[in-house]
Design a protein around this ligand. Structure first.
Ligand code: GLU
Length: 488
């Protein structure tokens, strides 16, 4: 009898940055598959990388999925019998499971220092062979191991991979995938800080959470043989696997924020409707059939099969997304339209925050919209403003903006004092004069020389749109179009 009693799927994002369109894409296909089969959809937060994990990122992932209407049945904020659903709260479970593997001799302690490992890799590179752990500690005697442990020598735990034979699994989309065991490394399961690696935590959790189908992005397919080896080592029934094709930029490279906005929060701010984004994502690699492009999530559920997924590398084409969005905008009922404009564009909260800044040059309310467009618009037109100060080149401005966006990417608490601190530090790092950097940023962020105070404006325009405008301006400069060339 199978271990799996019902369809249970999950998404397992790592909360390390902005909520990514790729997460929404994988979530949609998991959700559709689960609901089609009357199953459960789980949200698990893979936050064992303590250096990179951010709690604000977890909150944004949840908010963005809810904005899309993809609701989970179990998750960090919806406790159920398989919890906790945050990996950082499950470390004892991973240690127990590592002990099980050590006991059954499927895993071993490795005391090699990073210097030794670097040396091994350097030699392998010199010899032109694939770099891998040389299994130095695999056959230590139990006496040697206990002596090292007694001396508190830092160590990791590695999986004892079979050295011959093949590991294979069936991918529901690709068919059989095989890899020779001799090509697989003795992967680390538990790191020297006692935290699990992705592989261990992912497999233990998928098993304990009774995940019947692992539906994830193609970038994880190389990890799957390692996971299969772990299922074997534990003696557990493995789930079914399906790896969705990666979303791509127009040039077919893996989707990246350098070429396309990738944050769900950006698309929300840019006025893309959730149903349009879901419909667009549903067309990524999957076809409804009969040339039908517009469909709801419910309609997708009725027709969805793994076999209809194409591996061609779907392009995340923002022009197409925008076109689909306009279709949904036109289909809106009168009341939905009014609600959207009121709640999303002129929300009470936003208007209250704007009040201290927007009355400055106004004597009549008829000026409100015209005077304050930059608080509501998306991309700005730089053809009439002078964004390049004397003594600076287009390349300087492009580089400055691109570098600043990277700094701001890490600023989640979007508050004017904090923004100011980041910009000031960056200015010092570059060695630029205040007026050069501040005037340029003001014009790029607001399109105007005489906007309300710069950092307050950036706060109000919002994290998404401010960063978008900086990136957009850098791209326009790179393309040499859409801005005024005069040097001020
Ligand atoms: N934590 C991985 C991620 O960030 C999970 C991959 C998987 O679904 O196994 O996507």
């Amino acid at each position: 009898m199978s271990y799996f009693k019902k369809v249970r799927v999950r998404i397992a994002p790592s909360p390390t940055g902005d909520p990514h369109v790729g997460t929404a894409y994988v979530a949609l296909f998991n959700y559709v598959f689960a609901k089609k089969h009357g199953g459960d959809f789980l949200l698990r937060i893979e936050d064992t990388d303590q250096v990179r994990a951010k709690s604000s990122s977890e909150a944004m992932i949840m908010k963005s999925l809810r904005w899309l209407g993809i609701e989970w049945d179990e998750g960090p904020d919806k406790a159920s019998s398989c919890g906790p659903y945050r990996q950082s709260e499950r470390t004892a479970i991973y240690r127990e499971h590592t002990d099980l593997l050590l006991k059954s001799k499927s895993a071993y302690h490795c005391f090699c220092t990073s210097e030794r490992l670097d040396g091994v890799r350097a030699k392998q590179r010199e010899a032109g062979v694939t770099t891998a752990y040389d299994r130095h500690c695999r056959d230590l005697t139990s006496g040697e191991v206990s002596a090292n442990l007694d001396k508190n020598i830092p160590h990791v735990v590695r999986l004892k991979m079979p050295t011959s034979g093949v590991t294979s699994f069936v991918d529901e989309i690709r068919g059989v995938v095989e890899i020779e065991n001799s090509r697989m490394d003795d992967q680390v399961l538990l790191k020297s800080d006692g935290y699990p690696t992705y592989h261990l935590a992912n497999v233990v959790d998928d098993h304990l959470m009774k995940i019947s189908h692992v539906i994830r992005a193609e970038e994880w397919i190389n990890s799957t043989p390692k996971h299969v080896a772990l299922y074997e080592a534990f003696g557990w029934e493995r789930p079914k696997f399906a790896h969705l094709p990666l979303l791509r930029n127009a040039d077919k490279s893996k989707i990246s924020k350098r070429k396309n906005p990738v944050a769900l929060t950006y698309y929300q701010r840019a006025g893309i409707l959730p149903e349009a984004l879901l419909n667009f994502l549903g067309n990524m690699g999957w076809n409804f059939g009969n040339d039908v492009e517009f469909f709801t999530v419910e309609e997708m559920m009725a027709k969805f099969e793994f076999k209809d997924i194409h591996l061609g590398g779907p392009v995340f084409d923002t022009v197409k997304l925008t076109w689909m969005n306009s279709h949904y905008m036109h289909k809106m009922s009168e009341s939905k339209f009014v609600d959207y404009v009121r709640n999303e564009i002129f929300s009470t909260e936003y208007l209250k925050a704007l009040k201290p800044f927007v009355l400055e040059r106004m004597t009549r309310f008829e000026q409100f919209v015209g005077n304050n467009m930059f608080f509501f618009n998306g991309a700005l037109d730089y053809s009439e403003v002078e964004i390049i100060p004397k003594g600076k080149t287009e390349a300087d401005i492009m580089g400055m903006l691109t570098g600043l966006v990277e700094k701001l990417d890490d600023l989640y608490e979007w508050e004017h004092e904090r923004i100011k601190a980041v910009v000031e530090a960056y200015k010092d790092e570059l060695g630029w004069k205040p007026k050069d950097i501040f005037m340029t940023l003001r014009m790029v962020a607001t399109g105007r020389k005489d906007s309300p105070p710069l950092f307050e404006s950036m706060e109000l325009i919002g994290r998404e749109m401010t960063r978008f405008r900086f990136r957009d301006c850098a791209q326009k400069l790179a393309a040499g179009t859409g801005f005024k060339k005069t040097v001020v």
